[in-house]
Ligand binder design. Sequence first.
Ligand code: NAP
Ligand code: F7E
Length: 338
Amino acid sequence: MKKALVTGVTGQDGAYLAQFLLDKGYEVYGAYRRTSSLNLWRVQFLKIENHPRLKLVEFNLLDASNCLRIISQIQPDEVYNLAAQSFVGVSFEQPLVTSQTTGIGVVNMLEAIRLVNPAIKFYQASTSELYGKVSDKLQNEETAFYPRSPYGVAKLYSYWITKNYREAYNIFASNGILFNHESSIRGETFVSRKIARAIAAIVNKKQKYLYLGNLNAKRDWGHAKDFVEGMWMILQHKNPDDFVLATSKAYSVRDFVELAFSFVDIDIEWSGTGINEVGKNSKNGETLIKIDSAYFRPAEVDYLRGDHKKANKILGWKPKISFKELVKEMVENELLNI
Ligand code: NAP
Ligand code: F7E
């Protein structure tokens, strides 16, 4: 039975990946950060918390001794490093914590693997935020990086240190450069879930307005379930390598809002400009969406659209869940659980 260590198991991808690996027959060590109140709601949502092959272990990526001990005690076949401060907005407020956790912290894990057993395979959660101020209309593994946030810069370090340990020590260390992926268990502050939650609250008269920042930013949004399968495929490939996982379709935040409201039969009509723009229910003229400048970022990533040809050709990976299905699932889940 193969053993996998998944860091960040309390996060969206960690929970989905743990579920995926359990289904594949792995023994899964789900590493979570010790806090005053353990937060396992995602693992519970996916109904895997009592799975006999899921072992939850306390862990902190910032503590090198802890990484070393965990790797030497568990002796995993595969390590998926998903732990990070992953919110781009917060990274502008907490640049040092973000640099340490999302950037430097990764070395703790790579060093532990190098010292304990360099045959352990390592997956690093890299991101489309590396591209930032994009030069190409469609970004692939060859596109130049130009990160636009402390988060993106930290991920640039972790991307390169992963590649460096591969080249210097022959460790099977691969980067998955993943474009945005969402689900019903996405963090509440990311724009997709924020919109879905607000719609359920507005329909149920618990909230009057949805406040947003930049409506025109475009993202390549997929479903987390498809993407965790890609992470596993990356580590099953015969050689360590870096792969883009994306849907290759881009939609704006505005598109997301319009589609999401359409699932509760509300057609959004926009008027005004800049921070005075509003979104109204076209049937009765009621204002539902307002702009709040607090949600604008000091430097924005305007456009991301990934080219997943390499992953498709070499790994046979492709996304299965469409943008429309994703948004529908998210809105329906919020309506059910409000
Ligand atoms: P997430 O929901 O924010 O999960 C991040 C996880 O990291 C949480 O379990 C968090 O624990 C844990 N963590 C944070 N600091 C830690 C530390 N010092 N030690 C141990 N664990 C720590 O993020 P996600 O969406 O699942 O993303 C997973 C990974 O993929 C992240 O590295 C993210 O940057 C990257 N990524 C995400 C996307 C996306 O669209 N989702 C795209 C590209 C790359 P707590 O629960 O205790 O906070
Ligand atoms: O923002 C705009 C915002 O916070 C998406 C992380 O998983 O994906 C994620 O990063 C866009 C941005 O995700 C609001 O300015 C407008 O342009 O949902 P987000 P993100 O920044 O793309 C990448 C791939 C990662 O690696 C990250 O870990 O939406 N936007 N209004 C807003 N964003 C938020 N959060 N809230 C708003 O009110």
